[in-house]
Structure formats: structure tokens, C-alpha cells
Design a protein around this ligand. Structure first.
Ligand code: ADP
Ligand code: MG
Length: 242
């Protein structure tokens, strides 16, 4: 029996992990851009590549999905929960529980160790922490699975190579098995070989935990590897004033 920790609500196992419905959004104070998404869903264990040109609103949509911004209209449900219905603090915790995020520049804490960075999302997410078991051991195991040398666990993030940083970013997103992994153009700074290696790690780790993967990119060459490719322009109405 799977019961989600939040609000005592049950969510059906067959429900999509992500549901976006009738969403409209405009950045406060900005009239030159607006995004509407009538319907977009990601199923459990599905991998989806979301393509769109620069400035089309991909990162904005990810912010809506992560609940860092709230739509002016419509609803975003993650694991069955309406993010806007949660008060701010609970929303932050819910995000930490349910979503593993990989940012474009990886956003590691530069002076934190590899271990600090990997354990960071567990700090506000008790259920995720429990799923991780013994957190420090879980971090070690992820490092091993991702080919990070053991002795790097106490190295400061700012001493790592880009390839090592990307592995830490994957480990941080994966620890404690969040059901949804969201990645915002994580390969854009990498050469073709490192891109392929990065995607290998990402797919291998998400498959191991039946996590859903939503990756955003402007690069259609990545398409082959995903279950489904979605063009933002096909699911959204984007109004842009130059
Ligand atoms: P993409 O990720 O596809 O390049 P973005 O979602 O970053 O596109 O940007 C879409 C539009 O939203 C752009 O006009 C951008 O300037 C604007 N935008 C993005 N983030 C913010 C923000 N935090 N505040 C105000 N406007 C923003
Ligand atoms: Mg972006």
C-alpha cells in the first residue's frame, strides 16, 4: 500500500506523477511574456524530453512544476497533490520530498563537500530521508554507482572537474528516490561525449528507481533516448512581445 505522506491524501498508483491542467502564467510585473498550458502529463517511470527554443518558457514551466512559482490559473499536481494548495513552507518540503532537480549549472554548494551536496535535499524531506536509509551510506553507494571515486566524498565541490560535478548533481537528485526527476538543460555545457555519459547515468539511475524523468533542452539530438518527446510549442500557447 502506497500512501503519500502529505495531508494524509492517497494517490492512485496509476495516476500520472505530473499533471498540468489549464495553466496560465505571467511573471509578475511583466506583460511581454505569457505561457498557457492546457494539458501536459508525465506518467510514472516515463522519460520525457521537452524541447523548445531559448526564451520560449521551458524554465518557467519547470518552475511551475516545482512549485517555486504558482500559476495565475489552472493546476499543477505532483504525485496527486495540488502544489498551490500547500502553504509555502509545506510546498518547499513537498518539493524536497517528491522532486529531484538538476539545474543547468548544477548549482552545487561550492564550499560544501560532495557528501554535503548529495545530502542537501534530505534536510527538509523526512520521508525521502527514510527512503535513503542511512543517508551517508546511501550517498556513498550513489557515488559508487555513478563512478565517483570514494575518496572524493569529502572533497569540496569547487575542486571537482565538470564531469565529477555532473555526477554529484545526479546523485543529489536521485538520493532518497524522489518519484520525479526534473533536469533543466543539464547537458548544455558539456561536449558530446560527456553529454552521452551524463544521459547514461541519468537514465540508469532513474530506471533503477522507476522515477519519471522530465528533461528540458533546446537540443533535438537528444530525442532518441526518451520514451516521448514533446515540443513546448505543441503543448503551450506562448505569447511573446519582442
Ligand atoms: P527558456 O527556459 O525556454 O529559455 P524562460 O522560461 O527562461 O525560457 O523564459 C521565458 C520568458 O520568461 C523570458 O521572456 C524570460 O525573460 C522570462 N523570465 C524567466 N524567468 C523570469 C523571472 N524569474 N522573472 C521574470 N521573468 C522571467
Ligand atoms: Mg531555460
Amino acid at each position: 500500500m502506497h500512501q503519500h505522506w502529505t495531508c494524509g491524501a492517497f494517490s492512485n498508483l496509476d495516476d500520472p506523477v505530473l499533471q498540468v491542467a489549464d495553466v496560465r502564467f505571467r511573471w509578475p510585473g511583466r506583460t511581454s511574456f505569457s505561457l498557457s498550458v492546457p494539458k501536459f502529463e508525465v506518467q510514472k517511470a516515463e522519460s520525457v524530453l521537452l524541447l523548445g527554443e531559448s526564451g520560449s518558457g521551458k524554465s518557467t514551466l519547470l518552475s511551475l512544476i516545482c512549485g517555486t512559482v504558482i500559476p495565475d490559473n489552472g493546476v499543477v499536481r505532483v504525485a496527486g497533490t495540488d502544489l498551490a494548495a500547500l502553504p509555502g513552507g509545506q510546498r518547499d518540503r513537498f518539493r524536497a520530498e517528491q522532486i529531484g532537480v538538476i539545474f543547468q549549472q548544477f548549482n552545487l554548494l561550492p564550499f560544501g563537500t560532495v557528501q554535503d551536496n548529495i545530502l542537501l535535499p534530505l534536510r527538509f524531506a523526512r520521508a525521502r530521508q527514510q527512503r535513503a536509509g542511512e543517508p551517508k551510506r546511501a550517498a556513498m553507494e550513489l557515488c559508487a554507482a555513478l563512478g565517483l571515486p570514494k575518496d572524493l566524498i569529502h572533497a569540496k565541490a569547487n575542486t571537482l572537474s565538470v564531469g565529477q560535478q555532473q555526477r554529484v548533481a545526479v546523485a543529489r537528485a536521485m538520493i532518497g528516490q524522489p518519484p520525479l526527476i526534473v533536469a533543466d538543460e543539464p547537458t548544455s555545457a558539456l561536449d558530446a561525449d560527456s553529454q552521452a555519459a551524463f544521459l547514461d547515468l541519468l537514465f540508469q539511475q532513474s530506471a533503477a528507481h522507476h522515477a519519471s524523468l522530465l528533461m528540458v533542452s533546446h537540443d533535438p539530438r537528444l530525442a532518441d533516448r526518451f520514451d516521448r518527446v514533446v515540443h513546448l510549442a505543441d503543448i503551450a500557447q506562448i505569447d511573446r512581445v519582442a
